[in-house]
Design a protein around this ligand. Sequence first.
Ligand SMILES: *Cc1c(COP(=O)(O)O)cnc(C)c1O
Length: 368
Amino acid sequence: MSFDAAALVNAATDGLRAYDPGHDLPALRQRFGAAIAELGSNENPLGPSPRALAAAQAALVEAHRYPDPKGDALKAALSQQLNVGRDRIALGNGSHELLMLLAQCFADAAHEVICSQYGFAVFMLAATASGARAVAVPALASDHPTAPLGHDLDAIAAAAGNDTRLIYLANPNNPTGSWFDDVALAAFLDRVPSHALVVVDEAYHEYADAPGLGTALRFAGQHPNLVVTRTFSKAYGLAGLRVGYAVAHPTVIAVLERLRESFNVNGVALAAAAVALGDREHLVRVRDFTLGERTWLAAELARRGYRTLPSQTNFLLLDLARNAAALERHLFERGVIVRPLGGYGLDHALRISIGSRAENLRLLEALP
Ligand SMILES: *Cc1c(COP(=O)(O)O)cnc(C)c1O
């Protein structure tokens, strides 16, 4: 008798595919050693605050204990820095977990979840897994003057209807690097009905310097349906420890708490994140380095005839205007790992993280 669990899955899960991790990085590290340039995952080449690492090491002594299920110390630090009450904060095993949890808690087959074409992939995954109808609103044109391939906020607001329960936006967005400013967000929030939660994913917030681009947190007071997510994976350099947070109305947080796994953020991660948050100097170092390198790398690529889209993140979207698979392969053969975007329907583009200067030079040298 043959057994295949794929025939047994529920309707929502039936629409999903397992995460494609891409290249086998541990094997590649062995093959290329120090000569590898890992520019595929938007990691921080400067790493975390040394003080955060020390705190993580110290916390390991408590590995036999369950972590604080409420994450009180980290919430207190966030509450102080963001000037929001602790009852407005939820912690996640990465912000990925919180993005999933939001759809799981608030949407089902009776609802619609909206995101943008080329929006962060987790949004579609969360929407589909919840059983809701997932709607991807067409992105702005690739020659749009300020946000090529970015979110079309007017079209998204127009698409929001009676059944819309969630809208996912990323600002700035991955993989496009595009963004919208606070004025545009304010107008958008005014148009969206309050039965639709608006999730603004600010994973790259710390790398933004565009005029008018602040934070959605400014609008939390006027719009109780607004949810802002952030992460310690990017500018704070703690991707391996998995910590993210959401800021939302206390009743939204209370709902998330019903389904959140009790010990979702481990003790090492809690300790490291709280200290990382307080190391302002390190964050400024990371930001200054990344923004300088972003400008330099975009210019060097342009000099070689490669077009990149404007970016407010720690990566550049390289628009090849033809299928990018051969270039990705060419770089891969030379130990330069970048992210192909066929899964996004962007066959002609590659996403290249800002690495260390040595890694960025390796990229430039490897280009045909
Ligand atoms: C990297 C990223 C995240 C962060 O994921 P974590 O689970 O916190 O590591 C969230 N949103 C976007 C758009 C990202 O690119």
